[in-house]
Design a protein around this ligand. Structure first.
Ligand code: ADP
Length: 390
């Protein structure tokens, strides 16, 4: 059976088409620059890349381009071969504790959470409507980045601020990257051949978050009310003393919106290195002796290790530590910087295995297994979607 996994934004729709339950990707692609006259539709199939530049006025036209493209290139005989569509949704708030079949109520609830994810939820809703219009007879399933974190206890998700901020306005930790944390922790349990495990997942990409997963359930995570919290990232600051905001707003004579923009888009690697938000470029600069680039990496590694220490205490031990996402999967240097700080926890790793990005990089003597696992959020979306197909 064929299932499509969709990740949509305000001007783009990315998709992967799976054969399930084999979990085989047969095609993937995207439409970008929706709303522009030079929108780009890309489709990959059988090792070929098909690309078209043309006006795509809205998401509905984008969806039609994707389907028509799949039929034109004989990936599909007809649209009816797609038996379900899974949609990635960034914010599910406290409403959604699991993936849901999208009906009017679910769609309205996704829209109602827009003030907590203004760049994402409205765009998801637009794309869902477009897909449902073109494919009205198949299940559309919402898979949320936040649901995996809904098992956190109050002491992990509450902030020490006036209680009504939470009860009236929903201010609490929701986390992000949940689908990735779930996938990687499930793969880890398979590697450990048991379910009662204490696992820490370090998802280190452009966006980066860490989560503590006990017995398959998330108990804490580093991103908070928004993805700005936690460790420093490509362009985001991660957590900082909130008093800095007011202090620097006065110094720079800027308002809260501009401050928010700086913390989201001009901080992290980019802010500290004053050079780049990209880890590969940062590493190249470190190799040339750039001190600020090195500091950007060191700062992040220190903060990652801090979270690992705190989650070790919170869970009362650790069976496995996993690195995933662009940097976690591909940067031996970043992993080394983190792992060298963890010897006090009995973490031992093999330099050669680390340098080769192997699946298992810990030594046999290590008290904690260390894994490098390629994340796959799309397959999780396809798996959840399949559950709703009768
Ligand atoms: P996101 O999905 O959050 O946009 P990714 O998970 O794709 O981000 O990660 C992007 C980051 O991964 C970039 O900083 C990129 O430089 C880094 N990256 C990718 N490949 C490598 C590599 N071989 N070595 C170091 N960093 C890498």
């Amino acid at each position: 059976m064929k299932i499509m996994s969709v990740n949509s934004g305000s001007s783009s729709i990315k998709f992967q088409l799976f054969i399930m339950p084999e979990e085989k990707v047969i095609s993937k692609g995207q439409v970008e620059k929706i709303g522009f006259d030079d929108a780009i539709c890309t489709l990959r199939y059988n090792g070929e890349v098909y690309k078209k530049v043309l006006p795509i006025k809205d998401h509905a036209v984008g969806v039609k381009m994707i389907i028509d493209g799949l039929i034109e290139h004989k990936v599909l005989k007809s649209m009816d071969e797609i038996k379900g569509v899974g949609h990635r949704i960034v914010q599910g708030g406290e409403i959604f504790k699991k993936s849901e079949l999208i009906d009017k109520r679910v769609l309205d609830d996704i829209i109602s959470l827009s003030d907590m994810a203004p760049l994402h939820n409205p765009a998801h809703a637009t794309a869902i409507k477009a897909f449902k219009k073109i494919m009205p007879n198949v299940p559309h399933v919402a898979v949320f980045d936040t649901t995996f974190h809904q098992t956190m206890a109050e002491d992990a998700y509450m902030y020490a601020v006036p209680y009504f901020w939470y009860s009236k306005y929903g201010v609490r930790k929701y986390g992000a990257h949940g689908t990735s944390h779930k996938y990687v922790s499930e793969e880890t349990n398979k590697l450990l051949s048991r379910e009662n495990t204490k696992v820490i997942v370090c998802h280190i990409g452009n966006g980066a978050s860490i989560s503590a997963v006990k017995d398959g359930r998330c108990v804490d995570t580093s991103m908070g009310f928004t993805p700005l919290d936690g460790i420093p990232m490509g362009t985001r600051s991660g957590s900082l003393d909130p008093a800095i905001l007011n202090f620097m707003e006065n110094k720079l004579n800027i308002g809260t919106d501009e401050m928010y923009e700086i913390l989201n888009k001009k901080s992290g690697y980019l802010g500290v290195s004053e050079l780049t938000s990209d880890a590969r470029d940062l590493e190249a600069a470190i190799d040339k002796g750039n001190k600020k680039a090195k500091l950007a990496f060191d700062l992040q590694a220190k903060r990652i290790a801090d979270y690992i220490g705190s989650y070790y205490v919170y869970m009362g031990g650790l069976d496995a530590l996993c690195f995933t996402a662009g940097i976690g999967e591909n940067s031996p240097r970043l992993r080394k910087l983190v792992l060298d700080r963890l010897s006090v926890l009995g973490v031992k790793y093999d330099e050669k295995l680390n340098n080769e990005n192997k699946l298992v990089i810990s030594t046999n003597e290590s008290k904690v297994k260390v894994f490098v696992i390629r994340t796959d959020e799309e397959v999780m979306i396809a798996r959840d979607t399949m559950k709703f197909i009768k």
